[in-house]
Design a protein around this ligand. Structure first.
Ligand SMILES: Cc1cc2nc3c(=O)[nH]c(=O)nc-3n(C[C@H](O)[C@H](O)[C@H](O)COP(=O)(O)OP(=O)(O)OC[C@H]3O[C@@H](n4cnc5c(N)ncnc54)[C@H](O)[C@@H]3O)c2cc1C
Length: 387
């Protein structure tokens, strides 16, 4: 059933009676970006999301939005770190085209550990060496003494005996990206339907399903991995870049945003539990942050949030054509912001090839796929349409 709760079509849209080229279903991070890119390429695009323009129903709303392909290599494979490195180069250009400002920083990641947890450090380093492109590792991994840690982040003082600076990494403000993209969609004349739940295909030449975990009915292999984060206001601490704490049980990051706002995260729990954060997780995250800097004891808790990361069995994103008129873009897992520019642009390119007739069947899809930069993301799977 197609349950339309509320619809707000863009009032200035011209030739509203013609069929849309693309209907993008799900306007979290990925859907907003795909719709915005397609509209920027001159196509007629409609976007539908069950939530609001702020994006509060999405995983993207809760995320810390660190752009850390090297640090993520501790748990991600080469494909993901390459996607992340390429996407990091693209974010400044994308942000420059958006009609509203977005906090974006490329000041690196600092990795630290308490003396008792020093056994974690060589393991982490080995994983980075194994999973990151070697150029990224060679140019982006600087060992620091305790004094150098203190020089890099004076507010940490000499609390940590050693650390690593990954100087090329970045971060941005997730909520500003969502808001700026919403404004960008209006500017590009996208037909926007917030507060609209979609479970049958809207009328359009092609439908692009970007529903994140909401796409599970069409993609049963999707699963959620719960993540919890705290947002705190902590004036006077003055961290200048995301700090990651290596710890055997409570690995944690502290991402400083503008105006003394810090995002502290994140748990990783198998399951699609969207209930509020547990006391255990709150204690663990906040205690670990307090151990990094006691000034967090005086921070004010603004939010304790939880959401689920949309995840496929191989922990890779995928762009799947059903052989007819649906594309599915999903599985961005814990790397959505880090890889979205490249994933969304690959989806844009495939969508344009379908609309333009360059792809008509699985043979032409295979030919097209072979020349695509991120061919490992692309699949053609004839499945019974659920959306
Ligand atoms: C705690 C946490 C921390 C994270 N930290 C980071 C980080 O530091 N760096 C990073 O790169 N990534 C991070 N991520 C991951 C990132 O948030 C996700 O990968 C990304 O949001 C996935 O984008 P998406 O558009 O596929 O899904 P979402 O952002 O979840 O968007 C899906 C959208 O679909 C809509 N929808 C669902 N069903 C329907 C329906 N039936 N009809 C209409 N609309 C529907 C939803 O309302 C939602 O807006 C984090 C995630 C979490 C949970």
């Amino acid at each position: 059933m197609n349950t339309v709760v509320h619809s707000t079509a863009h009032p200035t849209r011209s030739h509203a009676s013609a069929r849309d080229d693309f209907a993008v279903v799900g306007g979290g991070l990925c859907g907003r970006l795909v719709a915005w890119l397609l509209a920027g390429a001159g196509h007629r695009v409609a976007l539908y999301d069950r939530g609001d323009a702020a994006g509060t129903q999405s995983a993207a709303w809760v995320a810390a939005a660190m752009l850390a392909p090297l640090a993520e290599a501790a748990s991600a494979e080469l494909l993901i770190t390459e996607l992340g490195a390429a996407s990091l180069e693209r974010w400044p250009g994308l942000i420059a085209e958006l009609p509203e400002p977005v906090f974006f920083q490329r000041n690196g990641t600092l990795v630290v550990w308490h003396a008792g947890d020093r056994a974690e450090a060589p393991l982490f380093e080995r994983r980075l060496r194994a999973n990151a492109p070697s150029a990224l590792f060679q140019s982006g991994f600087v060992k620091l003494s305790g004094a150098q840690v203190a020089a890099a982040e004076p507010s940490l003082g000499t609390r940590f005996p050693q650390g690593w600076l990954l100087p090329n990494e970045g971060q941005l403000d997730n909520r500003q990206v969502l808001t700026a993209l919403a404004a960008g969609l209006v500017e590009r004349n996208v037909d926007i339907h917030w507060n609209t739940i979609i479970d049958t295909p809207p009328d359009a030449h092609f439908v692009i399903d970007c529903r994140g975990l909401g796409g599970k009915p069409a993609w049963p292999a999707l699963r959620g991995i719960r993540g919890e984060v705290a947002r705190v206001h902590a004036p006077g601490i003055g961290l200048t870049r995301p700090v990651r704490l290596l710890h055997p049980r409570y690995p944690l990051y502290i991402a400083p945003k503008q105006d003394d706002l810090y995002v502290i995260g994140a748990t990783e729990v198998e399951g699609e539990d969207m209930s509020p954060m547990t006391v255990r997780s709150a204690l663990e995250l906040l205690s670990a942050a307090f151990a990094v800097h006691p000034g967090f004891g005086e921070a004010r808790i603004l939010e304790l949030n939880s959401q689920c990361r949309p995840t496929l069995p191989d922990h890779r994103p995928a762009i799947v054509w059903d052989g007819a008129r649906t594309l599915r873009v999903n599985g961005l897992y814990r790397h959505g912001y880090m890889i979205a520019p490249e994933v969304a642009d690959s989806a844009r390119a495939l969508a344009e090839a379908l609309l333009g007739g360059a792809i008509t069947d699985s043979d032409s899809f295979d030919d097209w796929r072979r020349q695509a930069r991120w061919s490992a993301l692309l699949r053609c799977e004839h499945a019974a349409p659920v959306l």
